[in-house]
Ligand binder design. Structure first.
Ligand code: GUN
Length: 284
């Protein structure tokens, strides 16, 4: 029987801390603001953006929403970002992905001032992550590290296997685990003998985007299993990348879906936004 890691609980504790930090800034006359940009009518993106705005409200951060039509051009979007880069009320700029196909996503992300890049997607911040010098944290991986701290799960010296090599989760996850002295392996769709690799993991992070991809025969007894997936199963029910019912009895700790990693991502975005506002304090 595994202990269930509650992202809701860790997230609530972290948001209490953030609320105090925002209040401390406000007491010194320093505002905290997040600009949230959404382009088009992607319904999943709308849910994420609403949750990000709700998170801001909860901890006292002002959110500025920019909902742009599907036909917005890349130039128009970059022009808005340039304005926000120079707006002192805005500490963080978040452009919800995916963008409509006609917009060059890389050019848009590169136009965000690295000092306001609270998603940590700009190459400058990716470089910071690579050398272990964190201005902004990669939100989903940082949320997972926060869960390890909260539950006193050691990483140092552990064999960590990350399944998935995305720029948003897999690669930065590997960097954070490495910084905490984990022995890290990244697996992906071309990995030979994936099952055998996964079986070596003390900590297994699944970030592949395939429903119930990680099955019980891929998990070592007593492993810590982290599920980053948000998928729908054959019945349309929300599920992760891990076959939870089968894997849970073998694991020592496991994250559920929903209520695991998901709530942490937005909380760490808020952490980055508050950090950005706190950096203004140093300039005062
Ligand atoms: N779309 C899916 N995940 C994310 C995220 O973490 N940030 C942004 N901006 N868009 C996303």
């Amino acid at each position: 029987m595994a202990e269930i890691i509650s992202g809701k609980e860790v997230s609530a504790a972290k948001r209490e801390e953030l609320k105090k930090r925002v209040k401390a800034l406000s007491d010194k006359g320093i505002s905290t603001g997040l600009a949230v940009i959404i382009v088009g009518n992607n319904s999943a993106s709308r849910v994420y953006v609403n949750n990000k705005k709700k998170g801001c409200e909860e901890i006292g951060v002002t959110s500025f929403e920019f909902a742009l039509p599907e036909e917005t051009t890349g130039e128009e979007l970059i022009s808005l970002i340039n304005k926000l880069n120079n707006d002192s009320r805005v500490d963080g700029i978040l452009c919800q992905l995916p963008l409509p196909k006609h917009i060059d996503e890389k050019a848009v992300l590169n136009s965000i001032d690295p000092a306001k890049d609270v998603d940590a997607f700009h190459p400058v911040n990716v470089g910071h992550i690579m050398i272990g010098d964190f201005t902004f944290l990669p939100c989903t991986p940082a949320g997972i590290m926060e869960m390890f701290r909260y539950y006193n799960i050691p990483v140092s010296g552990k064999k960590c296997v990350v399944v998935g090599r995305s720029n948003i989760v897999g690669k930065p996850m590997a960097m954070l685990l490495l910084k905490e002295n984990g022995t890290v392996e990244i697996c992906h769709s071309r990995t030979a003998s994936l099952k055998e690799e996964c079986l070596t993991a003390d900590i297994l992070v699944a970030a592949v985007g395939i429903p119930k991809f990680v099955t019980a025969d891929m998990v070592k007894d007593g492993a810590v299993v982290i599920d980053v997936g948000i998928n729908r199963d054959e019945d349309g029910k929300l599920c992760g990348d891990v076959d939870f019912a089968a894997v849970e009895p073998k694991a020592s700790y496991i994250t559920p879906v929903p209520g695991g990693v998901g709530p942490m991502t937005i909380t760490m975005l808020l952490e980055n936004t508050v950090r950005s506002a706190e950096s203004k304090e140093l300039l005062k």
